[in-house]
Design a protein around this ligand. Structure first.
Ligand SMILES: [Zn+2]
Length: 427
């Protein structure tokens, strides 16, 4: 089989890997890397106006055309760095995933030929390739480890995942993984974002006590929290804990509206009856008008954890929506800063502006959605793959995977492989 590194083999984001068996190729993921676009040209507010060649050159989208004879586009989960390039690369083949990511994909790329496959079912891509999705935990509903059953052996694509045995939303199907491991796995293609971190990634459940601690501490002012709009388990937890404080939850932002609406439809989110969601600027202004009159009665959940210029939090800070932060308001960051230079810089500016207004900042009410070193070792033990290709990471991050693999008896260039965007290797 031929494996082609298309995107995500240089930096985090814009993921795509090609797996070819004879004349049949499947593309795994089709992701976007938004920070690059902002970094090169902050004036490009509408990414859809930039041409595809330029987006490839800027490392924003993967070079889909590099793959030949693509029979199917497979999506592992609904994060934009795995699905967000669909409207630009526009694959004209079946786009396959489980139902929830399929709905996210449909909204991004309306003309797509989408097929939803349930867990424990499979989809025949060709005579040589069948695809199956295995449930795993991450930070968005319905994340899957992708199993390709091919005439050349089994391939597992683990990008992204963590092993969270106390998640309220997802479960990793260890039984299935063990069975696949017994059957034999020729190749594991696996994410590298946090393999350098020792130990295991903490369960999402740990966030609850951090959040309770802070909410119990704050006794006045308005509370504004921000987190990933797609992180439904986190949003549910925040809403549940806020309910105990007696404050009314108000959820603000277009992507918050999109994701919460979809998650409710799929029964992944149980919205408290007094929670309200507002997506348009006009509706947000209307909501904040009420909030600012009775600040201590409300809790606002808003977009803006990475200090994105168009986000609700930034616009609130800039005095839009007729809103002003006041001394003794609080902002809770239920998200980490995605460690790329632009985000770090923007977030630093945001925090100092908030502080200059006397706003109290509470940070790191968060755990990662990505596997650490011991989670990865557990996956290795379950699957016992013949070969390993680390993906989704810088060369430094992927090299840390090589170090882990060598502890488990693998050898670089023999059965562990470092490849770069644009390269194809034979396994
Ligand atoms: Zn992800």
């Amino acid at each position: 089989m031929d494996i082609t590194a298309v995107g995500g083999y240089k930096a985090v984001g814009r993921n795509m890997t090609g797996v070819s068996i004879g004349n049949d190729t499947v593309a795994l993921d089709n992701g976007l890397r938004l920070d690059m676009l902002q970094m090169y040209d902050a004036d490009i507010s509408d990414i859809k106006k930039v041409n595809v060649e330029q987006l490839i050159k800027l490392d924003v989208i993967p070079e889909y055309e590099r793959l030949r004879n693509v029979r199917a586009q497979i999506i592992s989960h609904g994060h934009l760095d795995h699905i967000g390039a669909l409207p630009f690369t526009r694959p004209r083949v079946p786009i396959i995933s489980t139902p929830y990511p399929i709905e996210i994909g449909r909204r991004e790329y309306r003309e797509g030929d989408f097929f939803a496959v349930e867990y424990n079912e499979h989809f025949s891509v060709s005579k040589r390739i069948k695809v199956e999705f295995i449930p795993v935990t991450h930070s968005i509903p319905e994340t899957s480890l992708v199993l390709l059953r091919t005439s050349e052996g089994n391939v597992v694509y683990a990008c992204d995942y963590k092993l969270d045995d106390h998640s309220a939303l997802g479960k990793t199907d260890y039984g299935r993984l063990r069975k696949v491991g017994h059957e034999g796995v020729k190749l594991l293609i696996v994410e590298s974002t946090r393999v350098k971190e020792a130990g295991k990634t903490s369960s999402e459940n740990v966030v609850r006590s951090k959040l309770q601690d802070v909410l119990n501490f704050i006794d006045d002012g308005l509370i504004v929290a921000t987190t990933f709009s797609s992180h439904i388990e986190r949003i549910q937890m925040i809403l549940d804990e806020v309910e105990k404080t007696g404050r009314k939850p108000v959820i603000l932002g277009h992507s918050m509206l999109n994701h919460t609406e979809l998650a409710e439809r799929f029964d992944y989110l149980d919205m408290p009856p007094d929670a309200r969601v507002y997506g348009t600027p006009k509706a947000i202004k209307y909501a904040l008008n009420e909030v600012k009159r009775n600040r201590e009665d409300y809790f606002v959940l808003a977009t803006g954890h990475q200090a994105e210029p168009e986000s609700v939090l930034i616009r609130m800070l800039e005095g839009q929506f007729n809103f002003r932060f006041q001394k003794r308001d609080s902002v809770l960051f239920c998200a980490n800063v995605i460690p790329v230079p632009l985000n770090i810089a923007q977030r630093t500016v945001l925090e100092s502006k908030l502080q200059s207004k006397g706003v109290r900042i509470f940070k790191d009410i968060h755990v990662s959605g990505h596997a650490s070193k011991e989670d990865h070792r557990r996956l290795l033990e379950l699957l016992k793959p013949g070969h390993i290709i680390p993906c989704h990471g810088t060369i430094e991050q992927r090299s840390a995977w090589v170090a882990l693999a060598s502890e488990e008896g693998y050898e670089l260039n023999k059965n562990t492989h470092l490849i770069n965007n644009g390269q194809t290797i034979k396994i």
